[in-house]
Design a protein around this ligand. Structure first.
Ligand code: NAD
Length: 381
């Protein structure tokens, strides 16, 4: 007998202008009266935070979160909230801010440091509720149970996860993407595509997660180019891409990610490269390696991408070409131009192999396989 499970307790409020629902979520859904805001300096300076502060009034905030957030930053935020004692955490930003906020919410109610909670459900008390308000279109962190925090000493991206780490609510307002630079729309949009492709092809995929993954793939292929071309004017593309990112989060949150993420997280722990860029660089190479393990799935993805080719293998090959072309068009750097040093390949391969998601990959991968792919991808880029 095969048993399928699907779990997502996050209330989702989606749509242009949905940020205006914040008061109602605070008062009616969460009965919260003492919010604390987590964000980053550039979002505060750009005025995007006013979208929140105009609804909450003047509330205390922590804006020191950097991309690929560090364990020391989360610990510092934890000390501040322990003192202030809020009853809810508002998180406005990309995946880095949302993940840092999940970690800070955990430290608000539990002793010690964030590194003590690496792994699954290591907390003893429920973290504070988090209202996640994403401003990028990639990570899906607003609907996942994981916070990815970089341990700078170990040069490792820790996963801190557990059923109580799902945000209490996700306020997903595509209009918040209007200020996102084109390069970040491209890299975070391709991050979302990677989530959807991996969620659909990894071993733990189920018929539930397939529903979300397939629709996410269709939406992202349909809207990413229009969104990158002009996010401000192309409303349908803005909304379609944000929807795709959210659905991809629902998919991989209950399925998993695979080898692309294993490499991207390893690279992200060594280099301050945008997470989506790292995913985009490796996506076609890992897909090529995985093709023999799930040919029908890759052919299905090709059809969702609009490729009309009857032969499944030819469709999957056309898909790889399409993804390479899309990355090039959207300005994703080639592997050789990315700044990753060849001398780091062995350590990247080993870290990728040790990643928790490696066993989920469609095809079994050893550290030697990762090394071989890195070398081949570098030589052909
Ligand atoms: P990010 O949060 O690191 O943000 C990148 C940059 O974009 C920042 O400088 C930020 O200030 C800027 N920015 C964000 N929104 C903006 C806006 N609307 N206008 C202008 N500038 C804006 O990028 P990300 O790709 O969203 O997050 C990456 C992080 O998320 C990585 O650490 C990755 O490991 C993690 N991640 C988490 C999950 C999860 O489920 N928890 C999943 C995938 C990735």
């Amino acid at each position: 007998m095969t048993i399928f499970r699907f779990f997502n307790p996050t209330r989702i409020i989606f749509g242009a202008g949905s940020i205006q629902e914040l008061d109602s979520v605070l008062k009616n859904d969460l009965q919260a009266v003492r919010p604390f805001l987590i964000t980053d300096t550039s979002l505060r300076r750009s005025g995007l935070c006013d979208a929140v502060l105009s609804r909450t009034g003047d509330i205390p905030l922590f804006d020191a979160v950097e991309p690929n957030p560090r364990h020391t930053t989360v610990d510092a935020g934890g000390d501040i909230v322990r003192e202030y004692k809020p009853d809810v955490i508002l998180a406005l930003g990309g995946g880095s801010v949302l993940d840092a906020a999940k970690g800070i919410a955990l430290l608000a109610t539990n002793p010690g440091f964030i590194a003590d909670y690496e792994g699954r459900a290591k907390y003893t008390r429920a973290p504070l509720p988090v209202i996640a308000i994403p401003t990028t279109c990639g990570t899906g962190s607003e609907v996942t149970w994981v916070a990815v925090i970089t341990h700078t000493g170990r040069r490792f991206k820790m996963s801190i996860k557990g059923p109580l780490l799902y945000p209490a609510a996700a306020l997903v307002d595509p209009d918040l993407l209007k200020t996102l630079p084109a390069s970040l729309i491209a890299s975070t949009g391709l991050d979302a595509l990677t989530h959807a492709v991996e969620a659909y092809t990894v071993r733990p995929a189920t018929f539930f997660t397939d529903l979300y993954a397939r629709e996410a793939i269709r939406l992202i292929f349909s809207h990413i180019e229009g969104a990158v071309a002009d996010i401000g004017r192309n409303r349908a593309d803005r909304e379609g891409l944000m929807k795709g990112s959210l659905l991809a989060g629902m998919a991989f949150g209950n399925s998993d990610v695979g080898a692309v993420h294993c490499i991207a997280e390893s690279v992200g722990s060594l280099y301050d490269m945008p997470h989506g860029t790292a995913n985009s660089i490796f996506l076609p190479y890992i897909m090529e390696f995985n093709l023999p393990a799930a040919p029908d799935r890759f052919a299905a993805i090709a059809r969702l991408a609009g490729i009309r080719e009857d032969n499944g293998d030819a469709a999957a090959r056309a898909l790889l070409a399409r993804i390479r072309e899309l990355s090039r068009k959207l300005g994703i750097p080639s592997f050789k131009d990315s700044g990753i040093l060849e001398s780091d390949f062995p350590v990247i391969a080993q870290k990728s192999f040790e990643n928790n998601s490696n066993p989920s990959n469609a095809r079994e991968m050893t550290a030697a396989d990762y090394l071989e792919i890195l070398k081949r991808a570098y030589a052909s880029s």
